[in-house]
Design a binder for this molecule. Sequence first.
Ligand code: GRF
Length: 198
Amino acid sequence: MKRVAILISGGGSNMVRLVESMTGDHPARPVLVLSNEAGAGGLTKAAEMGVPTAVVDHRPFKGDRAAFEAELIRKIDAAEPDILCLAGFMRILTEGFTANYAGRMLNIHPSLLPNYRGLHTHARAIKAGDTEAGCTVHEVTAELDGGPILGQARVPILPDDTPDTLAARVLIQEHRLYPEALRRFASGDRARFDLTAR
Ligand code: GRF
């Protein structure tokens, strides 16, 4: 049984779906939900689902990324995870951190990578006149939003879409994609797959 730690910064809607998916014959179980924000709504949801939680507030480290990441690693490794899932975790992680979890850390990004790495992905896709958007689960490496792609899900961009309406449509697919990607990854299947938006 693989042990999964999930890192969040906010509401944790992706975390909730991941936790809910790890039941029955699923090869993994959640062992920790950690946030850099003490007030993250996802921490309450995780506690309600019976998952241990932790907080490592980045502010006291005042930009000392190495010190912040050392404390992150200490708190995470106390739960002895086999797999790390970033789910709406909004801090940049350096090589010092990613190297520690090479080959066993996933992230969900709200674009069809390699397009639109970084922030404001939906506004950028709309501005570019794209007709399609989506989300990607990838392995995390030191390269921001750049690791091997595990899975993607696509949605149409509609003529009257705003970043918010597109984000809402993509989020529905994130909630399908991430649990599927984690189940495959935890069972040792790293072949890339594509979910067709319903
Ligand atoms: C989502 O758009 C996700 O793609 C990004 O963070 C946003 C919030 O996710 N990584 P969540 O609701 O906190 O899971």
